[in-house]
Design a protein around this ligand. Structure first.
Ligand SMILES: [Zn+2]
Length: 194
């Protein structure tokens, strides 16, 4: 199980899939027009330098897809949800989820391997764990979703406890989780940055 998740962190196809899903989310948002004034939306992407991107995808991961409307008086920003970026965190959402989940039972050896693989410091991982167990359970996103699970998800064990609830291979479980927390990814959501 843990080995499968570690392998996923360097699986280029998985990160290509996330990119396509983000492009779909952005395409839908753009087609809908400005939610505030109904005007056409134009591309106004943010430059990003996320960490944890597999080799070969760095260029295509350098943009957080976003739009501005063509309104005359005031231009409204519309940033669609993303399965790649989790709020303002520098590391990709997939990395934040997996490393935090693996950290739950991490041995010093495994921590050293993660450090080597991604350059994530122990301090950063501890901060992420604090966010999952203390901040995330208080978000509106979680308030709306916690009730979807007949057996309550242990917030003290997040995000591993949530990941465990999704069946199937590692990639689909992680994707299900990223979809569940989509409102945290930015856009209209106002969530304290990690
Ligand atoms: Zn507008």
């Amino acid at each position: 199980m843990i080995v499968m998740y570690e392998a996923l962190l360097s699986d280029k196809r998985f990160f290509e899939l996330l990119l396509r899903l983000d492009e779909d989310l952005a395409g839908d948002a753009r087609a809908a027009g400005c939610p505030r004034c109904g005007q056409v939306l134009h591309a106004a992407h943010y430059r990003r330098k996320p960490r944890g991107v597999p080799e070969g995808l760095v260029d295509r991961y350098g943009k957080r897809l976003s739009f501005c409307c063509a309104g005359d008086a005031k231009r409204h920003r519309r940033t669609p949800s993303s399965v790649r970026f989790l709020g303002r965190k520098v590391y990709l959402g997939a990395v934040v989820v997996l490393v935090s989940a693996l950290r739950g039972g991490a041995t010093p050896v495994r921590m050293a391997r993660l450090d080597e693989l991604l350059g994530v410091s122990r301090r950063t991982v501890n901060r992420w764990r604090g966010w999952w167990t203390e901040i995330f359970p208080q978000t509106r996103c979680w308030a709306q979703r916690a009730g979807l699970f007949a057996v309550p998800v242990s917030t003290a064990q997040l995000p591993a406890s949530l990941l465990d609830r999704f069946a199937g291979p590692a990639a689909s479980a992680l994707l299900s989780l990223l979809r569940l927390v989509l409102p945290i990814s930015g856009g209209e959501a106002t969530v304290r940055a990690m």
